[in-house]
Each structure stands twice: as C-alpha cells, then as structure tokens.
Design a protein around this ligand. Structure first.
Ligand SMILES: Nc1ncnc2c1ncn2[C@@H]1O[C@H](COP(=O)(O)OP(=O)(O)OP(=O)(O)O)[C@@H](O)[C@H]1O
Length: 267
C-alpha cells in the first residue's frame, strides 16, 4: 500500500499566552510506494517519531497534525477515530523501539501475537492459534515460548514477538521505529534481516525509522534525512552513503562508518 505524506506539520498545542504553539515537524513531504522499503533517518530529536505517530494517527493528545497523510486512498489527518483505528488494525503494522515496554507484561507471547487478530478479525480459536503458531515460526520463535511471559525472554526474542504481532494481520504498510536500537549488533542485524525478508514475502511497504545508516543500508533502498523537524535531503540509500550533500547526512554516515569499523564490520 502506498503512503503519501504532503506538507505534514506537527505542533505542540498552545497552553495560554505564556506557552504559545510550538512547531515540531514542518512541511514534511515523503512517499513510500507499494512494496517499497524507505528509510527516515535523522539525529535524536529531529522529529522522526512524531512523523511516524502522525502517519498512524497516534500523536500524544496535546500535539496536533496538519497537512496530508494518504494511506492508500484514506486521508489520516483529521480522520474519524473509527476509520483511523480500522486503518491501523487492518492495513498497517508498527514495531517500536522498546519491546519490553510495548509488550503487556501480563500477556503471554501467544496472547500478544493473537491480540490484533482478536481485535480486527472474526476468527475462531483454532484459526487464531494456527495463525499465531505460523507467525511464531516465521519469526523463528520456538513453539514452547507460546505460553512464556515477556520477562522470560531475551531482548531479541521480545522484538521477534513484537514483529510477529505487527505482521500477523499481513499489513500492507509496516512502520518500524528504531526497532533494533536496544539490541546488540549481531542480534540487531538478524532482526533487521528478518523484518526485511518478512516484509518482502508479504509484498508490503516499509517505512524504517532510525538514526543509523548501517541499518538503513540493510533495510532500505531509498531514504529521507530529517533535521530539526524538516526533510533536508533524500535519495537512494547507497547514493547517500557515498555522496551525501547535507552536513547532517554526512555526520550520520560517518557515525555509522565509525561504529562499524570499531565492530570490524562493513557498514
Ligand atoms: N509528547 C511530547 N510533547 C512535546 N514535545 C515532544 C513530545 N515528544 C517529543 N517532543 C519533541 O518533539 C521533537 C521531536 O521528537 P521525536 O521523538 O519525534 O524525535 P526523534 O527524531 O524520533 O528522536 P529519537 O531518535 O531520539 O527518538 C523533540 O524536540 C521532542 O522534544
């Protein structure tokens, strides 16, 4: 499913005269075509997460979005909450940074993966269990973990559960917001490669948000670079890695190269 973002703004709402409205995201244009894997990269605080939340219609209550976000044919900005929720449930899947926080501690692995199916589809128990087990195999989680709780899992396993839950409804667009930041380098690479192969198997689109160009190189073909709430550069990921024009892009590429050199790996 295509995503077309045009002139997106996010503001902190004014709170009286002493706290006027404060802009966080300004005039963001980006698109992800059907089946395309695109990156959104930028330093900490540049506004990446606010863009992803505005796309999904899940901004914190005191923030407001303007402009246009088209998910397929559906306008998400200003959409009725029922429509936005149904788009989120049926057509998009989201994987966020901290799976320990994203997973409900009192839900088992099986229950967490089953939840989107229970909420958005009318399936019987056996069908749900079959889909859950199939999804666990897809993310390489052993079946015995179906009844485990998040605190019994490693960080990598938790992120596999989060990916399984995000992809169990076969969403047409997956938004991954720093999904591997909390993981060590080897686990990080495995999770990124897994996510990419699952997205490609589904034929879905991916918007991958990160500050790390080494990750973008594995996951995306094209990316947008953000600084201070605006897009400052865009292009093919490989081209940006070798010929970045903007200082922010150059420093993110250098940081990724330095990190990977320290780890003895190619960026
Ligand atoms: N709930 C909030 N209320 C007000 N301002 C916020 C809120 N969340 C984030 N901000 C501000 O919005 C700006 C963009 O934050 P955002 O989280 O989108 O950045 P980011 O690029 O995703 O950073 P990181 O890589 O560290 O996650 C920052 O200046 C931040 O302080």
């Amino acid at each position: 499913m295509s995503l077309i973002v045009h002139d997106l703004t996010v503001d902190v709402a004014a709170r009286g005269r002493r706290a006027p409205a404060r802009p966080i995201v300004r005039g963001v244009d980006l698109r992800v075509d059907d089946g395309e894997r695109v990156g959104l990269v930028g330093p900490s605080g540049s506004g990446k997460s606010m863009v992803s939340r505005a796309i999904l219609g899940i901004l914190p209550p005191h923030l407001t979005a303007g402009g246009s976000v088209l998910l397929g044919d559906t306008q998400m900005i200003g959409a009725d909450e029922n429509i936005a929720a149904s788009m989120r449930g049926s057509y998009t899947g989201a994987v966020f940074q901290n799976p320990a926080a994203a997973l409900n501690p009192v839900r088992t692995v099986g229950q967490s993966i089953a939840l989107p199916l229970r909420l958005h589809y009318e399936l019987d128990r056996d069908e749900i269990r079959e889909r859950v087990l199939r999804q666990m195999r897809a993310v390489e989680l052993p079946e015995r973990l179906e009844s485990a709780y998040p605190h019994e899992l490693s960080g990598g396993q938790r992120q596999r559960v989060a990916i399984a839950a995000a992809l169990v409804t076969s969403p047409r667009l997956i938004i991954a917001d720093e999904p591997t930041t909390a993981l060590d380098a080897v686990v990080q690479r495995r999770i990124v490669d897994l996510l990419v192969s699952l997205v490609d198997d589904l034929g879905s689109s991916l918007l991958f948000i990160t500050h790390d160009f080494a990750v973008l190189k594995r996951a995306t073909t094209r990316c947008y670079v953000m600084e201070a709430g605006r897009i400052v550069e865009e292009g093919a990921t490989e081209a940006l890695l070798h010929d970045a024009r903007h200082a922010v892009t150059q420093s993110l590429v250098e940081a990724a190269t330095a990190l990977s050199l320290r780890g003895g790996e190619e960026a």
